[in-house]
Design a protein around this ligand. Structure first.
Ligand SMILES: Cc1cc2nc3c(=O)[nH]c(=O)nc-3n(C[C@H](O)[C@H](O)[C@H](O)COP(=O)(O)OP(=O)(O)OC[C@H]3O[C@@H](n4cnc5c(N)ncnc54)[C@H](O)[C@@H]3O)c2cc1C
Length: 514
């Protein structure tokens, strides 16, 4: 094997990073990089233009957001107070298998595995014997959500009581809070509009960005957080975009906040609509609403009217219309430029995954942190893993559409979509034998897939034969005891609203009436 030359062995360390863009991606990156690189004496600069707005949405998360809080050493409840946040125990899907249907995707587990056999096989066995109770009856997180209750999870806990929680927050307030944290950690903030990137003719690396108000700003490493414009990776470095519109056809959204019209629910709602679906995200001071739709099946005006007609309280802002193309950059890291957030790619917010992908991108960048030789092997590994991660999320979202049972043209067309091979195999193995196929870098674990399979009624024809060694009476008794334990757990919880009030009620949270 060839030995590395001395210069290859000890490349010059990175001394400066410029993050272009000050939306959620830019500030999430800045606050975390400033903490993790504080001993390396690296100058971090965020360049953003206050004349160019942020996308203005992105208010629901996955539990990974709390890993981010820990990694960035942020005080969780201080962030939640600053961003008018509420608790998210999962997502309630309404109308996906018929107008009155509803099921829940919890951030939690179901039942208890027994003798090496996953819980859902016992549940299926009982179902075949005539007990039609939904699988959510065996999950404390689902039951807490249904009752608008919350309590911090206990550890250790049996599977049925094992859950995690995520956060809903005001995206603008969240970014503002992170900006103040990052600045306090020494991050330089420049308000200037980038005109173009300047590149070294020999290496092709970016050496600086040219801005309208602040001249040229140089750095060793550039992080592109410029949103859909993807100014560095997409425009300057001309990295192609891989489109997935044939698999996920929605290409527009309209967002519209309103006042509260009911209790503070600890979950996001994803409500199926004739040409897509709409979200409902409860914050302390208002409710975020949006309709994600396919422009081939609905006009913008119709989407605005459909959403406006379904608001639960007084409208609190003008409609924010957003166009997008589902997909990703072919490479996320090339040379000395890494893209995060919308500049890297976009998968619609059906499972609130974008901010999660931003966080995992930064973690991966830190794990593969380069020196100034920018060894292409690091970028290659980053790109390989990130592409897999995006594909797994894409497939999870696709399952939602493919498995839904509605009769409008969009939904009928989605039933005929040819599934990518990995997803097709996963679906086949579950429907035939109840087996969960797992893939590398899937952000969603078995219980998440199970909640979708069960919720969409994509149930196996058979269950694990090992579950048949137990007589039905024994299974009936065991499942009934789990339900009793969950009922006890519910009794020891309190209302979600009281938890918010006690722990992180924002000073300005009363502006949206409830
Ligand atoms: C409809 C919709 C719903 C979504 N819902 C969710 C959700 O529920 N959960 C979730 O996790 N994610 C969601 N997302 C994704 C989420 O909004 C984004 O991932 C997140 O906000 C990050 O955006 P960003 O920072 O990459 O881009 P942006 O918010 O667009 O920020 C871009 C930044 O770049 C700056 N900029 C642009 N051009 C220049 C220039 N020339 N010079 C200087 N600065 C410049 C802008 O000023 C701005 O600061 C949603 C996205 C959409 C479209």
């Amino acid at each position: 094997m060839p030995q590395p030359s001395p210069s290859q062995r000890s490349g010059d360390p990175i001394r400066s990073i410029v993050i272009v863009g000050g939306g959620t991606a830019g500030w999430v990156a800045a606050a975390l990089l400033a903490k993790r690189l504080e001993r390396q004496d690296i100058m971090i600069t965020v360049v953003e233009s206050s004349a160019i707005g942020t996308v203005g949405v992105g208010e629901a998360t996955t539990p990974a957001i709390r890993d981010y809080f820990r990694a960035a050493e942020l005080d969780e409840f201080a962030v939640m107070k600053a961003a008018n946040a509420t608790i998210k125990l999962g997502i309630r899907f309404d109308g996906w298998t018929g107008e009155d249907s509803s099921f829940f995707h919890p951030f939690g587990l179901y039942g208890v595995a027994s003798n090496g056999v996953a819980f859902h096989h016992y549940w299926l066995k009982l179902r075949a014997a005539g007990d039609r109770r939904p699988i959510g009856d065996y999950c404390l997180a689902t039951q807490l959500a249904a009752a608008n209750r919350f309590m911090p999870p206990h550890r250790p806990a049996p599977d049925y009581a094992f859950f995690d929680w995520a956060v809903h927050f005001d995206a603008a307030l969240f970014a503002r809070h992170l900006a103040s944290v990052a600045r306090a950690r020494g991050v330089r903030h420049v308000d200037a509009r980038m005109r173009r990137a300047i590149r070294d003719e020999t290496t092709g690396l970016i050496t600086a960005i040219d801005t309208e108000e602040a001249g040229t700003i140089g750095a060793d490493l550039f992080v592109d957080c410029t949103g859909f414009r993807s100014l560095l990776l997409g425009q300057s470095l001309e990295e192609p975009y891989v489109e997935w519109t044939d698999l996920l056809p929605c290409d527009r959204a309209v967002a519209m906040p309103c006042a509260h019209g009911g209790p503070l629910t600890p979950y996001t709602q994803a409500i199926a609509m004739p040409a897509g679906w709409r979200w409902r995200i409860p914050l302390q001071h208002r409710v975020g609403n949006g309709y994600v739709y396919s422009s081939r099946h609905l006009s913008d005006d119709e989407a605005v009217a459909a959403l406006a007609g379904r608001l639960e309280g007084e409208r609190l802002g003008e409609p924010n219309l957003i166009r997008f193309v589902t997909g990703r950059r072919r490479r996320f890291w090339t040379g000395n430029c890494v893209a995060l957030g919308l500049a890297a790619g976009f998968l619609e917010p059906l499972e609130s995954t974008s901010i999660t992908l931003i966080f995992s991108g930064i973690e991966r960048l830190l794990h593969l942190f380069p020196d100034r030789s920018f060894d292409p092997a690091l970028a290659e590994d980053y790109n390989r893993i990130t592409a897999l991660e995006y594909e797994r999320v894409r497939d999870f979202l696709l399952l939602h559409y493919w498995g839904a049972r509605r009769e409008e043209p969009l939904w009928r067309a989605m039933r005929d979509v040819e599934l990518p091979e990995k997803l097709a195999h996963k679906v086949r193995m579950f429907i035939r034998r109840g087996r969960m196929v797992r893939y590398e870098w899937d952000a969603f674990q078995d219980p998440s897939w199970l909640s979708m399979f069960a919720g969409l009624d994509l149930l196996p024809e058979r269950w694990d034969p090992l579950a048949d060694y137990f007589p039905i009476e024994e299974v009936t008794g065991a499942l009934s005891r789990i339900r009793d334990q969950i009922a006890l757990g519910l009794k020891s919880s309190g209302s979600h609203e009281a938890f918010v009030e006690r722990n992180f009620r924002a000073d300005n949270a009363s502006s949206g009436s409830r």
